[in-house]
Design a protein around this ligand. Structure first.
Ligand code: IDP
Length: 153
């Protein structure tokens, strides 16, 4: 895999969709130069959330978090580009919005930990796992961006 084809899973949680933040969130990734390779609205169920948040199942906050994540549609996306996993996390900001710098999505749009607007994979390995969980192989579109030569030297 070349560095330009690294992929990450970014989701706008139900609060972000309900608050009409979808276009602003997508726009931050587009403007940075990342390439959208998959996108869909998903109504999550317990099975998907238990797999996605496997490391949190059994923790005291899990039931409330799962119920919030099922409360409305989630926008699931996959983005591609150089260092996109790490840069994606920095575009999102810290997990707790109160600890997120202004200029990040959570630092600009959130206050509470349980309403932090978005999700982003935390490593290349989790990205691969999450992409396979939320998308079918055929949902991922390989395409050449005409911007590539202006973005990459
Ligand atoms: P991340 O979303 O930045 O990867 P994780 O630690 O994996 O952070 O937590 C997953 C999500 O679970 C967080 O985004 C947050 O919405 C929620 N969460 C994490 N810890 C707590 C908690 O202590 N109380 C309530 N919700 C939490």
């Amino acid at each position: 895999m070349s560095s330009q084809t690294e992929r990450t899973f970014i989701a706008v949680k139900p609060d972000g969709v309900q608050r009409g933040l979808v276009s602003q969130i997508l726009s931050r990734f587009e403007k940075r130069g990342y390439k959208l390779v998959a996108i869909k609205l998903v109504q999550a169920d317990d099975k998907l959330l238990e797999q996605h948040y496997a490391e949190h199942v059994g923790k005291p906050f899990f039931p409330k978090m799962a119920s919030f994540m099922k409360s409305g549609p989630i926008l699931a996306t996959v983005w591609e580009g150089k260092d996109v996993v790490k840069q994606g996390r920095s575009i999102l900001g810290a997990t707790n919005p109160l600890a997120s710098a202004p200029g990040t999505i959570r630092g600009d749009f959130g206050v509470d930990l349980g309403r932090n607007v978005c999700h982003g994979s935390d490593s290349v390995e989790s990205a691969e796992r999450e992409i396979n969980l939320w998308f079918k192989k055929e949902d991922l579109i390989s395409w050449e961006s005409n911007q590539a030569k202006w973005l990459y030297e």
